[in-house]
Design a protein. Structure first.
Length: 587
C-alpha cells in the first residue's frame, strides 16, 4: 500500500481545490444545501486517476430504512470530502504516529453508500447492541431503588423520606465527583478495559444491598455505587465515538437512552415477579431484588470484558474470533470515514492518558459552558416527579404490585418521545429549539399538577403524572451536542464527563424540591418547578443566541481574510479544536 505522503502527492492544483473543499465542508453541515454541494464538488480539479468523492453530504439513515435513503444511488460514492483530499491541509491533520488505526488510513479509499449502510448496520449489531445492553444493566442497579421503596423498604428499615433523599444525594454527589477520575482512568486503560471493571465492581456493591440494616449501610452502599458508576456514561460515549461519525452519534445515543427506558420496562416485569418473593427465607422482596438484579449486572460485566474490542482494527480475539468482526476492507471504511468526518480523532491513541494541561484546557473551554448550564437545569423539572413516582402511586391507593405495573405506560411512551425528538433534531439540525419544545410540554402538564387537590380523581392524577414524565428527554441530543462542539479528543473525553457532572449536580439540587412536609400533593415543590421551567426556556434561548453570535463573529473574520491568508492561517495557527477560526458551533 502506498505511503500517506505518496498518496497525498498524487493530488495536483490543491490550492484551488482547498478553497472549494472548504465551501463544500460548510455546505455539508447545512441540511438545506445538498444541491449546492453537488455543484461545488463538480468543480474540483482532480486528475483522472484520483478516485471521485461523494456528490452530496452525509445522509441520515436509520435502522427502519432497510434499503437505505430513498433518494440515494446506493452504488454511488459515499466518501465525503475532507482535509485529507488536500496535501497541504492533510499534512497538518495527520494522526499521531501511535494512533492505533493509522495503518488503515488511506486518503484514496472510496466506498459506496451500499457498502457504508451495510457496515454501519454491522457496527450497530456488534457494538451498539451490546453497549445498549450494558446500559440496561446499569439502570437495573441504579433504578431499582424506586421499586424497593414501592415494596415498603423505608418502612422495613425505619427510614423517613428525608433519609431516602439524603441517600439519593450521596449517590449523585459521589457520582459527580467520580466522573472526571473515571474518564482519566478510561483514557489511560482504554474504555474496553475500564468499563467491564466498573460493572463487576458495582454489581458486587449492588448485591450487598441484600444485607442493608441501618442508615449507615444505606449511605455507604449509595456512595460506593456512585463512585463506581460515575463516568460510565461518558466512558461509553467516548467508546462509541471510535466507530461513529458526528452525524450518526446523536441518534446512537438516542438508542442508548432508549435502552434505559427498555430497562425500566423489563425491570417493572422483573420486579413484579421478584417482589412476590417477600417471605422467602424470611426476607423482604426488595432484598431479593437487589441480589438478583445485581447478579445479572455481574454476568454482563464479565461478558463485556470479552465482547468490547479496543478499536475498529483490533476486533480479533479468542472469544470474538481469530479473524475479528471486520474485514480489512471494512476496517478501512470505518477508519477513513471517521477521520474524514473528524480528523481530531487521530490526535491521541486509545491508551493515551490525559495530562494536567489537557485537563485544565478542557475545563477552561468556556464555549462548552452553555451546554453544561443546560445539563444543570434541563432535568430539574422531571427529576423530583420521577424520583417520587412510586411513592406518589402508593399514596394514590395503589398496591405495591399495581404500582410496579402502572409505571409501564409512561415508560413505553417516553421511549417513543425520546426517539421522536432526537430524530426531529437530526432532521432539522436544531438542538436549542428541541430543548424549548420539551420544556413547553413539561409546562403543559405541570400546571394541572399544581392545581390538583386531594379530591381529584386518582386516575386523572395518575394520567397527568405519567404524561408529564413521558415528555421527551433531550439528554441524548445534548450529549451529542457536547461532543460535536468539542472538536478534539482531549476536550471530547472530558466534556462528556463535565456535562454529566452538571447533570448529577442537577439531581442533587432537585432531590430537595419535594420535601416530607409538602406531601402528598407537593404544591410548594410544583410551584418551584413551574419557575424552573420558565427559567429553562430562557436558558435554551440564550444558548441559541450565544452560539449563533459566536458563529457570526467568526464568519466575519474568516470572510475578511484573503485566500492566501486563509491558507497561512490553516498552516500556522496554534488554535485548537473549537477555538479554530474555521470551526462553527452547532446550536
Amino acid at each position: 500500500m502506498p505511503s500517506n505522503d505518496e498518496n497525498l502527492d498524487r493530488r495536483v492544483e490543491h490550492e484551488k481545490n482547498s478553497s472549494i473543499l472548504e465551501k463544500a465542508d460548510e455546505v455539508s453541515s447545512d441540511s438545506e444545501g445538498e444541491s449546492v454541494y453537488g455543484a461545488i464538488a463538480g468543480k474540483l480539479n482532480i486528475p483522472d486517476d484520483w478516485p471521485p468523492l461523494a456528490a452530496h453530504p452525509p445522509k441520515k439513515y436509520y435502522f427502519w430504512q432497510f434499503n437505505g435513503p430513498s433518494n440515494v444511488d446506493l452504488d454511488g460514492i459515499a466518501t465525503q470530502p475532507s482535509v485529507f483530499d488536500d496535501p497541504e491541509k492533510a499534512r497538518l491533520h495527520q494522526p499521531t504516529s501511535k494512533y492505533e488505526n493509522l495503518h488503515r488510513l488511506d486518503p484514496l479509499e472510496r466506498w459506496t453508500w451500499r457498502d457504508e449502510i451495510k457496515l454501519v448496520r454491522k457496527i450497530d449489531l456488534r457494538i451498539m447492541t451490546w453497549v445498549a445492553f450494558m446500559f440496561m444493566s446499569l439502570q437495573l442497579d441504579r433504578g431499582n431503588i424506586s421499586q424497593a421503596v414501592a415494596d415498603n423498604m423505608l418502612t422495613d428499615l425505619g427510614f423517613s423520606t428525608n433519609v431516602f433523599n439524603n441517600g439519593n444525594s450521596i449517590f449523585k454527589a459521589v457520582f459527580l465527583v467520580a466522573e472526571v477520575p473515571s474518564q482519566l482512568i478510561s483514557k489511560k486503560l482504554g474504555p474496553d478495559r475500564w468499563i467491564p471493571i466498573q460493572m463487576v465492581l458495582w454489581s458486587a456493591v449492588a448485591m450487598s444491598q441484600y444485607s442493608l440494616n441501618s442508615k449507615a449501610s444505606f449511605y455507604i452502599t449509595r456512595a460506593l455505587l456512585g463512585a463506581l458508576e460515575g463516568g460510565f456514561i461518558a466512558d461509553v460515549c467516548l467508546y462509541l465515538s471510535y466507530f461513529y461519525t458526528s452525524v450518526e452519534l446523536p441518534v446512537r445515543l438516542a438508542y442508548f437512552w432508549a435502552a434505559l427506558t427498555l430497562s425500566d420496562i423489563c425491570a417493572a416485569f422483573m420486579g413484579f415477579g421478584i417482589l412476590h418473593m417477600r417471605g422467602v427465607h424470611g426476607k423482604e422482596g426488595w432484598r431479593w431484588l437487589f441480589l438478583i438484579e445485581g447478579s445479572i449486572t455481574l454476568a454482563v460485566g464479565l461478558l463485556s470484558a470479552v465482547l468490547m474490542p479496543p478499536s475498529p482494527t483490533k476486533t480479533a480475539s479468542w472469544f470474538r474470533g481469530k479473524n475479528g468482526w471486520f474485514t480489512e476492507r471494512e476496517e478501512k471504511i470505518v477508519v477513513n470515514r471517521v477521520l474524514r468526518d473528524d480528523p481530531s480523532k487521530g490526535d491521541m491513541h486509545n491508551r493515551q492518558a490525559l495530562n494536567f494541561r489537557m485537563l485544565w484546557d478542557s475545563i477552561c473551554d468556556f464555549d462548552l459552558w452553555p451546554i453544561y448550564l443546560i445539563g444543570l437545569v434541563f432535568g430539574m423539572p422531571s427529576s423530583p416527579v420521577g424520583t417520587y413516582l412510586t411513592l406518589t402511586f402508593r399514596g394514590l391507593g395503589f398496591t405495591t404490585l399495581q404500582t410496579t405495573l402502572l409505571v409501564l405506560p409512561q415508560q413505553v411512551l417516553s421511549l417513543f418521545t425520546l426517539l421522536a425528538i432526537t430524530y426531529l433534531a437530526q432532521r432539522t439540525n436544531q438542538r436549542s429549539y428541541m430543548g424549548i419544545l420539551a420544556q413547553l410540554l413539561h409546562l403543559a402538564f405541570m400546571i394541572p399538577l399544581r392545581l390538583f387537590s386531594e379530591s381529584t380523581n386518582r386516575w386523572v392524577r395518575y394520567a397527568i403524572v405519567s404524561l408529564y414524565l413521558a415528555s421527551p428527554s433531550t439528554h441524548a441530543i445534548q450529549v451529542g451536542w457536547t461532543s460535536r462542539n468539542s472538536n478534539t479528543v482531549r476536550t471530547r473525553t472530558l466534556s462528556a464527563a463535565m456535562y454529566n457532572m452538571f447533570c448529577q449536580l442537577s439531581g442533587i439540587i432537585s432531590s430537595y424540591i419535594y420535601r416530607a412536609d409538602d406531601k402528598p400533593l407537593y404544591h410548594r415543590g410544583n410551584s418551584a418547578i413551574l419557575g424552573i421551567i420558565a427559567m429553562n426556556l430562557v436558558v435554551y434561548a440564550g444558548v441559541k443566541v450565544y452560539y449563533v453570535s459566536r458563529n457570526k463573529i467568526r464568519e466575519r473574520k474568516w470572510s475578511a481574510l484573503t485566500e492566501e491568508e486563509r491558507r497561512e492561517y490553516v498552516a500556522t495557527t496554534t488554535d485548537k479544536g473549537n477555538k479554530r477560526l474555521d470551526f462553527r458551533f452547532a446550536h
